[in-house]
Ligand binder design. Structure first.
Ligand SMILES: CC1=C(/C=C/C(C)=C/C=C/C(C)=C/C=C/C=C(C)/C=C/C=O)C(C)(C)CCC1
Ligand SMILES: [Fe+2]
Length: 563
C-alpha cells in the first residue's frame, strides 16, 4: 500500500495508509458546508461583510478582521492587495455568486502561491519569497465554498516560532545565526539543508489522488488535504536519486509523473518517471549540457506524446548563488549568453536523445505545450514547443521584486513577452528556430502564467489561456485566450485588477477544445478579491463571487474533481 511519511518538527516520522490521507471526512460525513443552508451562512455576516462557516477540527478562530495587512499605506496602486500578505492563517466560507456557475462544474480548484511576505516587521524582497498559501474554490450544484490556508512547511513553522527567517528562500537569505540556532549544525549551512521547503509555486493532483504542493527544492514537496487544506506531511521520494532541486512543474497525467532534475555537479538533467501510487522516481534518461558551467534554470518543460523536451536556457543555476550570504542580482542564477541556448528532445520510451539543437537566446519560465509535426507518411519531422518567452531579457525577475510591484506609478514598465514557438527539426540539423507564434500586440505584449485544455497535452492544439497586458502596466493585468491557428487573442480586463493564472476546466463530454470554463482569482483594485469564471469559448464572464477579504496574487492551480 502506498504511504506518505509525515515528519514532525521533532524529527519523528510515522506512516499513515493512503486511505486515511485521502479521506474527505469533513465533507462527506461530518460538517458538509455544501449541505449548509445558504441563509444560515448569511446570518454569519458581520459588520465587515465577513462570512464564516464552521469547518471541521481544528476549529476556526472566532471571526477576526480579515483585512489584509497594509505595509505601505493605501494610496492607489502603492499597496495593491495583490502584493499584500493575508493576515489570518486560514478561512473558509460560502461566497455569494453573481451570474451562474454551470451545474456540471463539480470539484475543487486549488491555487497555490505566496500569501505572506513578511515576518514581523521584516518585509521580503521578492514575489517568489512569500510563504505558501493555498486558496480553494469548491464548486457544487452552482454554489461556491471558498477558503484559504497557509501551508505548514518547516520554513513557515520555523519563521512563525522564531519570528526570524530560518531557511534560504528565492531571494531571502537567513543570517547564519538564525539557521544555526534553529538547526544547530554548521555543515548544514553549506549544504542543501538550509534551502527552503516553502512549497509556494504549484499544486498537482497525482493519479492516485494525493495532492502535492511544490517548489523547486525536492524537499519542498508537501502533501495537503484538498478539502480542509490541512498540511498532511512531506512527500518523501523513496528513491536514491538525490540532488536538491527539480522542476517546479512536473508533467502529471493519469499514467505518470514526469520531472527533470538538474545536475549541478556534472552539468545536465535527469529525466525521471514516477508511477501512480508510488514515491519512487525511475530514471528515463540523461541530457548532458551542451555548454556552460551549470544547467539552465528549468522551472518547467514540455512533453509531446513520445518525447520529453529538455530546455537549456542561458539563465543558468549557480551553486555559489544558492549558498551566498546576500542575494545576487539574478538570485540563484547567472546569465551566460556566451554559453548559448539549446533544446534537447528525449525519447520517453528509450531515454535516447533524438535531437539537440542550438536556438536563439531565450528566457522562459513556463512552457505552454508541445507537439510532434509529422510528414504525410506519419514520420515525425520536428517538435514544436511553445512557451511564454521574455525576449531573452532577464529584467523580468527584477520587475517581480515586491518593492517594484508595490511602487507602481502608472508608467508602462512591464517588459515585453510573446508566445515563443520553437521548431526543433529531426533532420540532424544543429539549429532550431524560435519565433513569435502570433503578433504579441494581440495580448498587449505581456504574457505568462499559461494553461491549456489538459486533454491536448503533448498534442497539436489551438488554444492557450494566459495572463496578458493592457498597457500601461507593471504586471500582467488581463486574461487572454490565444487562438494559435487564427493568430488572434480575446482579452478580459477589469481596470486596476490583477488576475491570476487562467485555469481551463473542460465540460464533461465536450468535443471542442475550448468547451469549458476558465477559472481565475482576481485581486481587485479596491483591495477586494473575487473568483471569476469565463466561458472557455466566448471568453465572456459567466460568474464572479467576491471574497470577504482581498486576495493576494497567486501562482499555479489544479483541479480536483468531485468523487
Ligand atoms: C530557484 C530556487 C528556489 C525557488 C524557486 C521558485 C520559488 C521559483 C518560482 C518561480 C516562478 C513562480 C516563476 C513565475 C514566473 C512568472 C512570471 C515570469 C510572470 C511574468 C509576468 O510578466 C528555492 C526553492 C528557493 C531554492 C532553490 C532554487
Ligand atoms: Fe511556474
Amino acid at each position: 500500500m502506498a504511504s506518505i511519511t509525515f515528519s514532525g518538527t521533532s524529527g519523528n516520522s510515522f506512516f499513515l495508509p493512503t486511505a486515511s490521507v485521502h479521506s474527505n471526512q469533513n465533507i462527506r460525513d461530518g460538517f458538509n458546508p455544501l449541505k449548509k443552508n445558504l441563509s444560515d451562512t448569511r446570518k454569519k455576516h458581520n459588520g465587515r461583510g465577513l462570512v464564516s462557516t464552521n469547518v471541521a477540527s481544528p476549529p476556526l478562530p472566532a471571526v477576526a478582521p480579515l483585512l489584509p495587512r497594509r505595509e505601505s499605506g493605501n494610496s492607489g496602486n502603492r499597496s495593491h492587495v495583490a502584493w499584500t500578505s493575508v493576515r489570518q492563517e486560514r478561512w473558509e466560507g460560502e461566497l455569494l455568486v453573481q451570474g451562474e456557475i454551470p451545474f456540471w462544474l463539480k470539484g475543487t480548484y486549488l491555487r497555490n502561491g505566496p500569501g505572506l511576505w513578511h515576518i514581523g516587521d521584516y518585509n521580503f524582497r521578492h514575489l517568489f519569497d512569500g510563504y505558501a498559501m493555498l486558496v480553494k474554490l469548491q464548486f457544487e450544484d452552482g454554489r461556491l465554498i471558498a477558503g484559504h490556508r497557509q501551508i505548514e512547511s518547516e520554513a513557515y513553522k520555523a519563521a512563525m516560532k522564531t519570528q526570524k527567517l530560518c531557511y534560504r528562500e528565492f531571494s531571502e537569505v537567513p543570517k547564519p545565526d538564525n539557521f544555526l540556532s534553529y538547526i544547530g549544525e554548521l555543515a548544514n549551512l553549506f549544504s542543501g539543508a538550509s534551502l527552503t521547503d516553502n512549497a509556494n509555486t504549484g499544486v498537482v493532483m497525482l493519479a492516485d489522488g494525493r495532492v502535492v504542493c511544490l517548489t523547486e527544492t525536492q524537499k519542498g514537496s508537501i502533501v495537503i488535504d484538498p478539502a480542509t487544506l490541512d498540511t498532511l506531511g512531506k512527500f518523501e521520494y523513496s528513491d536514491t536519486l538525490g540532488g536538491l532541486i527539480h522542476s517546479a512543474h512536473p508533467i502529471v497525467t493519469e499514467t505518470e509523473f514526469l520531472s527533470l532534475l538538474p545536475d549541478l555537479i556534472n552539468p545536465g538533467y535527469l529525466a525521471v518517471r514516477m508511477e501512480p501510487g508510488t514515491n519512487e522516481r525511475k530514471v528515463i534518461g540523461r541530457v548532458a549540457c551542451s555548454r556552460g558551467p551549470a544547467p539552465g534554470w528549468v522551472h518547467s518543460f514540455p512533453v509531446t506524446e513520445h518525447y520529453i523536451i529538455v530546455p537549456e536556457m542561458p539563465l543558468r543555476y549557480c551553486a555559489g548563488n544558492l549558498l551566498k550570504a546576500e542575494p545576487t542580482p539574478l538570485y540563484k542564477f547567472e546569465w551566460h549568453p556566451e554559453s548559448k541556448a539549446f533544446m534537447h528532445v528525449m525519447c520517453k520510451a528509450s531515454g535516447n536523445i533524438v535531437a539537440s539543437v542550438e536556438v536563439p537566446l531565450y528566457i522562459t519560465f513556463h512552457f505552454i505545450n508541445a507537439y510532434e509535426e509529422k510528414d504525410e507518411d506519419g514520420r515525425v519531422t520536428a517538435v514544436i514547443a511553445d512557451c511564454c518567452e521574455h525576449n531573452a531579457d532577464t529584467t523580468i525577475l527584477d520587475k517581480l521584486r515586491i518593492h517594484n510591484l508595490r511602487s507602481y506609478t502608472g508608467q508602462d514598465v512591464l517588459p515585453d513577452a510573446r508566445v515563443g514557438r520553437f521548431r526543433i527539426p529531426f533532420d540532424g540539423s544543429a539549429y532550431g528556430k524560435l519565433e513569435a507564434a502570433l503578433d504579441p500586440n494581440e495580448h498587449g505584449r505581456g504574457l505568462d502564467m499559461c494553461s491549456i485544455n489538459p486533454a491536448y497535452l503533448g498534442k497539436q492544439y489551438r488554444y492557450a489561456y494566459a495572463c496578458g497586458a493592457q498597457r500601461p502596466c507593471n504586471f500582467p493585468n488581463t486574461l487572454t485566450k490565444i487562438d494559435l491557428v487564427n493568430k488572434k487573442a480575446k482579452n478580459w480586463h477589469d481596470e486596476g485588477a490583477v488576475p491570476s493564472e487562467p485555469f481551463f476546466v473542460a465540460r464533461p463530454g465536450a468535443t471542442e477544445e475550448d468547451d469549458g470554463v476558465v477559472i481565475s482569482m482576481v485581486s481587485g483594485k479596491n483591495g477586494d478579491g473575487y473568483a471569476l469564471l469565463l466561458d472557455g469559448s466566448t471568453f465572456q464572464e459567466i460568474a464572479r463571487a467576491k471574497f470577504p477579504y482581498g486576495l493576494p496574487y497567486g501562482l499555479h492551480g489544479c483541479w480536483v474533481p468531485s468523487k
